[in-house]
Design a binder for this molecule. Structure first.
Ligand SMILES: Cc1cc2nc3c(=O)[nH]c(=O)nc-3n(C[C@H](O)[C@H](O)[C@H](O)COP(=O)(O)OP(=O)(O)OC[C@H]3O[C@@H](n4cnc5c(N)ncnc54)[C@H](O)[C@@H]3O)c2cc1C
Length: 304
């Protein structure tokens, strides 16, 4: 067994960047509708949020007799999925058809339960519909007449021709396009953040990559950057992998948005009883590898 090649400030070999309140709403620039379209999008979003069914009526009201409106949902996350379920529920006259671009390699799953994946290692346990097949699909989509494009990221919307284009080249016409693209974790520009062994904590693929890395590199120790709710959840999951888990928090206390010093003191006691190590008031300055540097080939790229 060889030691893992990476270290964080000399502490660890696997690092998770977790900022539960640091997620940023994600509208890819290439997907931004043209400015003339933007006000209508927000008005629609507002109506959907305020009155279930209003969106459907608005969408279907100018549909010629017998013709269906096509709604293309970009993003098959929790929100995109619930939106489609509600559309189906309220579309009792069958006036709409649905299609969804799904960037991830499987259909919608419950991201809130992500940490439970460490226990089951079964994506289907997180599915928002039913069991995934080998292509990441579930029977729900076919049963409900929803076209699902798994692993196909929408890369552009043409509001003139009213089409959405996927990374695969697939071009889908729409009457209404719904952006349900969610968010992405905010990664501070810490040197070394692109190195192998540094992960964000958001998708099943992140967890699979983390587990594979830990196994391949015989990881003994991990640093979780961020001592909020999500960070603590991740740190416990890491500890359950029999890896020493260090929680690195910039603020002087854990969960600083939720609890005060007294709460922190009690919480730290409980966490340390579980064998986790807490480092508050600690600023992460760099991710340093066994080579003593924090540089890597992809340094400077925007993606974590
Ligand atoms: C570990 C963890 C625990 C959490 N726990 C809680 C909790 O306890 N309580 C709580 O309220 N919230 C929690 N959250 C937050 C919650 O998961 C999110 O608020 C929720 O997932 C948001 O749903 P969404 O559909 O808007 O976005 P997302 O879940 O981010 O889904 C958006 C989907 O769109 C896809 N997408 C993006 N761009 C494109 C494109 N161009 N083409 C096609 N697809 C695209 C993305 O890949 C993604 O699959 C947690 C999050 C995590 C990561």
């Amino acid at each position: 067994m060889r030691p893992s090649p990476l270290g964080l400030l000399g502490l660890s070999s696997l690092s998770l960047l977790v900022r539960d309140h640091g997620a940023e709403a994600f509208v890819p620039p290439t997907l931004s509708p043209r400015p003339s379209f933007a006000p209508r999008v927000s008005a629609e979003a507002d109506r959907v949020a305020r009155r279930p069914g209003a969106f459907l009526r608005m969408t279907a009201e100018d549909a010629p007799n017998g013709e269906k409106k096509k709604i293309v949902v970009i993003g098959n996350g929790m929100v995109g999925q619930r939106f489609m379920e509600n559309m189906i529920k309220y579309d009792t006259d069958d006036k709409c058809t649905l299609a969804t671009f799904c960037e991830e390699p499987r259909a919608a799953y419950n991201r809130v339960k992500l940490t439970s994946y460490f226990e089951s290692l079964d994506p289907s346990k997180l599915s928002m519909t039913s069991e995934f097949d080998d292509d990441g699909r579930t029977s729900w989509y076919e049963e409900n007449g929803v076209e699902l494009y798994v692993g196909d990221k929408a890369v552009s919307i043409d509001t003139e021709s009213k089409t959405v284009v996927g990374e695969s080249g697939r071009t889908i016409p729409y009457d209404v396009a719904v952006l349900a693209t969610g968010s992405f974790p905010f990664v501070p520009p810490i040197p070394g953040r692109h190195r192998p062994g540094v992960f964000v904590y958001r998708t099943i693929e992140d967890l699979e990559a983390m587990l594979a890395y830990a196994k391949e590199n015989n990881v003994q120790s991990a640093a979780v950057i961020g001592g909020g709710l999500l960070g603590l959840e991740a740190a416990k999951a890491v500890a359950d992998m029999n890896v020493t888990s260090h929680i690195i928090e910039f603020a002087p206390i854990l969960m600083c948005r939720q609890i005060d010093q007294g709460g922190h003191d009690a919480l730290v006691g409980k966490i340390e009883e579980l064998g986790l190590e807490v480092h508050c008031g600690a600023r992460t300055e760099s991710f340093v590898g066994a080579d003593g540097t924090s540089g890597d080939e992809s340094e400077g790229s925007d993606s974590p």
